[in-house]
Design a protein around this ligand. Sequence first.
Ligand SMILES: [Zn+2]
Length: 411
Amino acid sequence: MRRRQGLLLIADGLGDRPIPSLAGRTPLEAAATPNMDFFAARGMCGNVHPYRPGIPVGTDVGHLLIFGLDPDRVYPGRGPLEAYSAGVAMEPGDIAFRGNFATVDASLKVLDRRAGRIAERTGELASAIDGATLGGTLVLAKPLTQHRVAIVFRGRGLSPEVSPTDPGAAGLPLSVCRPRDEAAARTAALVNGFTALCRERLEEHPVNLERRAAGKPPANMVLLRGCGRTGEVTPITRQFDIRCACVAGDLTVLGIARLAGLETFHDPAFSGGTRSDLAGKARQAVACVRQGFDWTVVHVKGPDLCGHDGNPSDKIRVIEEIDAMFGQFRHELDLQRMIVSLTADHSTPCEKGDHSGDPVPTFVSGPTVRRDGIAEVGESAFRAGSLSGLSATDIFRIQLDQLDLMPKRGA
Ligand SMILES: [Zn+2]
């Protein structure tokens, strides 16, 4: 085992703006956070740009950056990200789509792009398609949350340069897939074959017979969009020869973590939104550290959901629960050999109800880390910290350097 180990907590959407009902404080500043304050005082702090100043990012791009990957080089598109989220290990040459279970009529007019927001038994419907072959190409279909399904084509000579079959709105006919260049002609034909396959296997599927009998729209089609292929992504675990763990419940985060080479740890109790089992997540993170992982990342979705809901008091409650996780780290780990950090993938201010380009509160703490002398966490207090103005990529490197894992440049 190495001399030191890293533990990073990602509080999704943590950053916020001053809120009048909190006397101009942010939820992080208004929350009681004795444990986060303890760690912040033992290290460097600051407001960190997830990507570039003023550019809001999605959870996918935010996490690529936190994991040390460059989204301008490796961003594989939504289709492959959904495939990773569904647990498919993409192979070189695979192409992947975002799929929706939808309702179409006999003329393939789309009646409902989400099949009445179907949420049950989509695994059975996906199984009806999963493993099928189209002209020697294998089709993988893995259910995601609600009406979403990841579709992967595996075979020779596939191209991602094809148009979607999802017309984008109900009332329109399902789109015929067209190639965007000559090399994609065969792939487009396969996609249109996939539409026929869905028709054949889903129309009379027992799940759909039951849905019709219950007056619900059948999920008798899969609409495809967002086709992409993963580039040559070198997992960070191979790049730095390290073992990394990710404890999360959110499928997007788990997908990005797999793409980056992290081993994933999840449990149904971890995906409870603002009522997720945070103490259980902290216990799993502590277990990963004890198992010897060089870098363990634990993700909490709650702050982002509260920001989207525009609910500062809920955000404060979730932040205080996150503080209790830091309490578990403080009392259960040997802090003499730990680099403990906090960051976020982006800000989700309650006032905006969406992601913003504001930099995110971040600290990197440990016995070997220089101290900024900042005694409490908060966007205002962190403005004076040594990490302010840096990027998520910088924070990734700083953590690895603290773990003695960053190769030297030069002799
Ligand atoms: Zn996010």
